[in-house]
Design a binder for this molecule. Structure first.
Ligand SMILES: Cc1cc2nc3c(=O)[nH]c(=O)nc-3n(C[C@H](O)[C@H](O)[C@H](O)COP(=O)(O)OP(=O)(O)OC[C@H]3O[C@@H](n4cnc5c(N)ncnc54)[C@H](O)[C@@H]3O)c2cc1C
Length: 261
């Protein structure tokens, strides 16, 4: 089983500032982490490799510092890491991101399974997994919470739905996104840390991918961020005074007035 895990480096805080001129995040001075959902994707990739043999490759599109996230992935079980980094990729929306990742996956050629997290904690769209599957023309299963079996080029998984689980069978290769209920990610091992320190991370740009320049970065993005802002909080709390019965009666009146009950 050759497995590819897509992993994104994200700001490790919600206290980010927005550049009002460019409508992008101010990334200076912000600690970056591996997108938490992607640690579950990575762990599942490592477990599948341990169970069925094969190779685990991690792939990330991002600025040069995203290399740190890839080294962390190697310390947690990945065999190889590829960073997709090029000025031409800057300003990518989910469509251009998925196109770039899909080009890289096609270049890797021999793979059986692509695993993504269910969503990131910064962009938060959950679009990249399904877009990747569409671009690679592969079957797709979202919200996978358990991989039951992989056999004869087929995979049976459980996916979480609102009121339970669905069991899905799909031929491989396929793309899945995973939820955090799927496993408990391991900590880096000492051997892993040593391997991560010495690992050579391949860096591929638009040229290496043979990418169409009009499909990557800002020029390949179908959407534009017109404005980005933190919502104003206009709600003020009110403390009701009086006896408990009186407070409850007034609270009910207020909820009725606001058409909330
Ligand atoms: C118009 C527009 C402009 C933008 N400009 C910028 C910009 O200038 N700079 C910037 O940093 N962001 C920018 N973004 C955000 C960027 O589009 C998203 O971060 C990116 O497309 C991924 O979407 P997401 O974070 O919602 O991922 P989701 O779809 O929520 O992620 C799902 C899964 O896909 C995988 N994945 C997602 N992104 C990556 C990645 N980069 N590498 C590997 N795997 C990944 C992970 O497994 C992840 O768990 C822009 C967005 C828009 C709409």
């Amino acid at each position: 089983m050759n497995i590819i895990v897509c992993l994104k480096q994200v700001p490790g805080t919600t206290k980010v500032k927005i550049d009002s001129q460019t409508n992008t995040l101010v990334r200076q001075g912000i600690e970056n982490i591996v997108n938490p959902f992607d640690t579950y994707a990575l762990e599942e990739g490592a477990r599948i490799k341990e169970r069925y043999g094969g190779k685990l490759t991690v792939l990330s599109m991002g600025p040069p510092q995203a290399e740190t996230a890839l080294r962390e992935a190697i310390s947690r079980g990945a065999d190889e890491a590829i960073l997709l980094s090029d000025r031409a990729f800057a300003g990518a929306d989910t469509l251009a991101t998925s196109y770039t990742l899909a080009r890289a996956i096609s270049k890797i050629e021999e793979y059986d399974l692509v695993i993504c997290g269910r969503q990131t904690i910064d962009g938060d769209t959950g679009q990249v997994g399904p877009e990747l599957a569409e671009m690679l023309e592969l079957p797709f299963v979202a919200y996978v919470s358990q991989i039951e079996e992989i056999n004869n080029g087929n995979m049976r998984v459980q996916r979480m739905v609102e009121d339970g689980h669905e069991v899905i069978e799909t031929p491989l290769p396929a793309v899945i996104t995973v939820v955090k209920e799927i496993n408990i990610p391991r900590l880096p091992s000492l051997r892993g840390l040593a391997r991560a320190k010495n690992a050579v991370i391949a860096v591929w740009g638009a040229g290496e991918l043979g990418a169409d320049q009009d499909m990557v970065g800002l020029s390949g993005s179908a959407t534009r961020v017109v404005r980005i802002f933190f919502p104003q909080r206009n709600h003020h709390g009110e403390i009701l005074e009086g006896s408990p019965a009186n407070k409850v009666a007034r609270l009910i009146d207020k909820l009725r007035d606001a058409h909330l009950i």
